[in-house]
Write a protein that binds this ligand. Structure first.
Ligand SMILES: *Cc1c(COP(=O)(O)O)cnc(C)c1O
Length: 666
């Protein structure tokens, strides 16, 4: 609808409906509102919205007796709200969207950053530079939350001996509210205003201030809003202080000792760990924790050393740092990793939290990530599925027999639909200043953060062999790369430089600048193959491959993260790796060799093997299997239902049982 309103402004603002409206002004909108084509699209959008709101979601009644507070340092919802960096944020955004679809009573809590995550520019020297664009409140789809009297709502959080004022913004994600906390207020001195400046500040001191605002400020915001959450989900260790503030609340309300309050708080807390390496946690030195949290802890009766010990790998060493993951594990009753393999990695990594317990029995499970299908599946594929599988195809579980109707889509139609999406990617890449892509060549996409373990340059191990693939006269392969390096990640930036250089010299290699939700959407819909070759055990889940799979884009990946459990020769390819959980070192050369071999012997021939009608039958069969088997299984709907069954519902029950104890006085 907004695109119809003004295609030029829509493109120019990179899909920001608020700015489009502001720029058109009242007169401009009034003029468009006379246009037949616009009125038709408006009516369609209105109907779709009404239908969504009035739909009776299949899983939850309107008034389920619990509220889940979901805390995350980033949320990736749409390209016009740049408060995300990558996978973790997109996952949190998809979690909210799927919760809305299911009518799960959940509210999100995050931070509003004044400067989004940097936009990527590539210099003439093939280096990444970052441009920070200011997030102006009036340009964003957010609304200021007001207190009863109409003044802006304020809550406070303790930063050392000071108290920071926090404003609250609301984003409506379907039925789900997301509350964004903001310290950039006139009431705050400059050093507190800048707490919510930027996402993923590297300095521990600034990071801990953000975590105080998110965890302590976020809990207080929910309370001030009258939202009586009973179950709390800490998405990654950044939200660890949710647990501490919950303990404080319970102590105040119930006159409990610290240990009693901790056990009661734990009953309702769910924690998801996302990192597969210890260094992925935040480490906070005791001095820093004392400076920023000491007064708060003493006010609330928690002994500083006891608190530090909860977050130490081995309690008792006064010099040891607080590790966010250990603290979060010890403050929650349900802890999970983000794929089955990552669950196993996490049990090994964090077993010290349960001394004396054998690794296999460490109580860290897994809920495999999923992606929000209506967000990521192209309109073209969705329309085929609506027609054949049903209008509610996107919320059917994998076990639903209606999925078998996908077999009725003729190969010709599925293939033609895919070709149309490939063409649209070609057009998009050209518009974005990428190298001209060829519509008929096999397109392999590699898009993700540039950081050493993801090995963006694995393909470059043997330049001649790569050249043979891309320059093949009859069966050419073209590669599209996209992705950012973290501003502080020099090795990641060096890899990016090599890829940009390759794209500048090799005709069938392209680099698309400034990877974001928009770029991701085009790539996961319009490529033929989605390539992922991380060092095994270092990709906790990965979700971009799920987006691709749901569009019939075939995965070619190391058996890591989600692909370790999803892979089958019916839906894609595995790049063999010698790494095992006990011997995790990888042999780059051997794995590059294996990658070339899969491409040369199986994947490229399968793509170019056409019948008389020009259809690659085996390829199309794999596309169909990929959609049929992987879309429902790796959907955010399935993920949220798993969280409900394995985490939220048991937590709610435990909390309820604890409150029923008679000597609790409440
Ligand atoms: C899905 C997505 C990611 C995460 O993908 P990975 O497979 O985990 O790398 C990162 N960034 C964007 C913009 C995405 O859409």
């Amino acid at each position: 609808m907004f695109e119809t309103l003004s295609p030029e402004l829509w493109a120019e603002t990179r899909h920001n409906p608020i700015v489009v409206l502001n720029r058109l002004g009242e007169a401009g909108v009034a003029a468009v509102a006379e246009r037949e084509d616009f009125l038709r699209v408006l009516e369609e959008a209105r109907n779709a919205t009404r239908e969504y709101q009035e739909r009776r979601p299949p899983f939850f009644d309107a008034h389920a007796p619990l509220v889940i507070g979901y805390f995350s340092l980033e949320f990736g919802l749409a390209e016009c709200l740049p408060i995300y960096s990558g996978g973790l944020g997109i996952l949190a955004g998809d979690h909210l969207k799927a919760s809305s679809d299911l009518n799960l009573p959940l509210v999100g809590v995050g931070l509003l950053y004044r400067w989004g995550f940097g936009r990527q520019r590539i210099t003439a020297e093939a280096q990444q530079s970052e441009v920070y664009v200011e997030n102006k409140a009036e340009d964003l789809p957010i609304r200021l939350v007001e207190a009863d009297g109409g003044a802006p709502l304020r809550v406070t959080a303790p930063i050392g001996g000071e108290s920071v004022q926090i404003g609250v913004w609301r984003v409506q994600v379907g039925r789900i509210p997301l509350f964004l906390l903001d310290t950039d207020l006139e009431e705050n001195p400059p050093h507190l205003r800048t707490i919510t400046d930027r996402l993923y500040v590297p300095e521990p001191d600034r990071r801990l201030r953000q975590e105080i605002v998110l965890g302590i400020g976020g809990m207080r915001a929910l309370k001030a809003l009258g939202i009586a959450a009973t179950v709390f989900h800490m998405n990654e260790g950044h939200s660890m202080l949710v647990g501490v503030e919950r303990i404080r609340e319970l102590r105040n309300e119930r006159q409990l000792t610290f240990e009693e309050a901790r056990l009661v708080a734990r009953a309702g807390i769910v924690f998801t760990t996302h990192t597969p390496i210890a260094a992925g946690s935040d480490y906070f030195e005791p001095g820093l924790v004392w400076d920023l949290l000491g007064p708060y802890l003493s006010q609330t009766g928690l002994s500083f050393e006891r608190f530090m010990d909860l977050g130490r790998e081995k309690p008792g060493d006064p010099r040891a740092p607080l590790v966010s993951t250990y603290l979060a594990l010890r403050l929650s009753d349900v802890s999970v990793g983000v794929s089955r393999l990552h669950g196993a990695v996490s049990r090994r990594l964090w077993r010290e939290a349960w001394p004396g317990i054998k690794e296999a029995h460490v109580p860290i499970g897994s809920v495999t990530n999923g992606v929000h299908l209506p967000t990521w599946v192209s309109e073209e594929i969705a329309s085929l599925l609506r027609e054949c599988v049903g209008p509610d195809w996107w919320e059917l579980l994998a076990t639903d027999p209606r999925w078998s109707a996908i077999d009725q889509i003729p190969d010709e139609r599925l293939w033609a639909t895919h070709l149309k999406l490939c063409e649209s990617l070609v057009g998009y890449a050209t518009d974005r200043g990428g190298e001209a892509l060829e519509p008929d060549a096999l397109t392999i996409a590699f898009s993700r953060r540039f950081t050493p373990y993801k090995r963006a340059t694995l393909l470059l191990q043997d330049r001649e062999r790569l050249a043979k693939l891309v320059r093949h006269p009859d069966r050419p392969v073209q590669f599209v790369f996209s992705g950012k390096a973290h501003p502080a990640d020099s090795p990641g930036k060096a890899l990016l430089h090599d890829i940009v250089e390759l794209a500048r010299t090799e005709p069938r290699v392209t680099f698309l600048e400034d990877y974001d939700i928009d770029v991701a959407r085009h790539l996961v819909q319009g490529a033929d193959v989605w390539l992922n070759n991380p060092r095994r055990f270092l990709e906790a889940s990965g979700t971009s491959g799920m987006k691709a799979a749901a569009n019939g884009v075939l995965n070619l990946s190391v058996l890591d993260g989600w692909w370790d459990e999803a892979y089958g020769p019916d839906v894609g390819w595995a790049i063999p790796s010698g790494a095992t959980i006990d011997r995790q070192a990888t042999d780059d050369q051997a794995e590059a060799e294996a990658l070339y071999r899969v491409l040369e012997r199986d994947l490229v021939p399968a793509y170019y093997q056409r019948d008389a009608a020009g259809i690659p039958r085996r390829w199309v069969a794999m596309m169909r299997a990929s959609i049929r088997r992987l879309a429902p299984e790796y959907s955010a709907g399935r993920m949220v239902l798993d969280y409900f069954a394995d985490a939220y519902a048991p937590a709610a029950r435990r909390v309820q049982q604890l409150r029923l104890l008679p000597d609790w006085g409440g």
